[in-house]
Design a binder for this molecule. Structure first.
Ligand SMILES: Cc1ncc(COP(=O)(O)O)c(C=O)c1O
Length: 365
């Protein structure tokens, strides 16, 4: 038997949303709807599609390791210096880079729970200790308890807003209070994967404005959600140049592929597609939530493109019964939210179909 790495033995592989083809194969279904990974049900920008098809023809060449065009487009978009950006194979890749660059054995990292599970697994893989801070019984993130959990050993704090899997948002003043309390030599990661869905809500933090004041924050964004490019795997970070330099030390040279770089530039420019997605998401999320109300189910007030609904029954059984009806969701049993289902907001037709299936399942189990 080969010698194992001790610090990864407690990590469970990431429970990704089941792929549509796998469910079709396993259950012999013809039609399967995936509402499990918070993807964009409307696909992606037509302009991005065209650019990507052309880019495929250049695939014999390595991509630009500096992501020049994407970097310049983002620098212009965010009014920041090009040197304030780092790129990742999705924001997953950036979470991994942050842990690789800043954490080692003996360090602590403060993480909300429940939240995106890759924070904890990447921290463990670095040899550092995750310090999990529980959300309240209402599932709201407890930022003041998180700030209080910072010790001399803490090197990194992860925040996620809106939070996955709850969909809940914390306010600008809560974020400011935490940032004022946390020492300036501790890196605070602001994971804003769902930014575009929440940015117009009252009290959503303006983290970009904080970059000018705080040199210890890093903001993560992704092209996987509102832009509908999850399959391309491209995310970016915005931070002080010194933080970016540390990430560059451990970044694989060609971690964002050529098609992804070109597609992301075109997607960024297609503001109509983004605005339309947000508008339709809000309409269809209301359909889902109204349906939950009619079934007397409580749900968490979502600031994003998924809703956590309390079915008050075994979520694994509900997840499996929904699969048999051709709907893939995430069960709370896999998300530290027992009794809940996390459902991505689909098209109107998908949401209506899901509500019918859920009603049937709740009678069956
Ligand atoms: C909070 C959060 N962060 C990061 C990610 C990773 O996104 P990606 O790697 O596709 O950019 C996700 C994906 O679901 C997420 O929910």
């Amino acid at each position: 038997m080969i010698k194992q790495k001790k610090c990864i033995q407690s990590i469970l592989p990431y429970p990704a949303g089941k792929p549509i083809d796998e469910v079709k194969r396993e259950l012999g279904l013809e039609k399967v709807i995936k509402l499990a990974s918070n993807e964009n049900p409307f696909g992606c920008s037509e302009k991005a599609k065209k650019v990507m098809l052309d880019a495929v023809l250049e695939s014999s060449l390595y991509p630009d390791g500096y992501s020049y065009e994407l970097r310049m487009a983002l620098a212009e978009h965010h009014k920041l210096s090009p040197e304030q950006f780092a790129f990742g194979t999705g924001s997953d890749g950036l979470i991994e880079l942050i842990c690789k660059a800043f954490l080692e054995e003996g360090d602590e990292c403060v993480i909300p729970s429940p939240s995106f599970s890759l924070y904890e697994s990447n921290v463990r893989a670095s040899g550092a200790e995750p310090v999990m801070v529980k959300c309240g019984s209402d599932y709201k993130m407890n930022l003041s308890a998180m700030a209080d959990s910072v010790t001399e050993k803490t090197k990194v704090v992860f925040l996620c807003n809106p939070n996955n899997p709850t969909g809940l948002m914390y306010t600008a003043s809560e974020q400011k209070e935490l940032l004022d309390k946390v020492p300036e030599d501790v890196l605070v990661v602001l994971d804003e994967a769902y930014f575009e869905f929440a940015r117009d809500l009252n009290d959503y933090p303006d983290s970009e404005a904080q970059l000018a004041e705080k040199s210890n924050i890093i903001i993560l964004r992704t092209f996987s959600k509102v832009h509908g490019l999850a399959g391309l795997r491209v995310g970016y970070a915005m931070a002080d140049k010194q933080i970016i330099c540390e990430l560059e030390r451990v970044r694989a040279p060609f971690n964002v592929n050529l098609v992804a770089q070109k597609g992301a530039v075109a997607a960024l420019c297609d503001t109509d597609f983004v605005n339309n997605t947000v508008r339709l998401n809000n309409e269809n999320r209301k359909i889902l939530c109204d349906g939950f109300k009619k079934m007397d189910l409580s749900y968490l007030e979502s600031a994003t493109n998924f809703v956590a609904v309390n079915i008050e029954k075994d979520s694994k059984s509900a997840f499996e019964a929904l699969l048999r009806k051709g709907y893939i969701v995430k069960g709370g049993h896999a998300l530290s939210m027992p009794g809940y289902l996390r459902v991505s907001v689909g098209t109107r037709e998908e949401c209506e179909g899901f509500l019918i299936a859920l009603g049937e399942v709740l009678k069956e189990i």
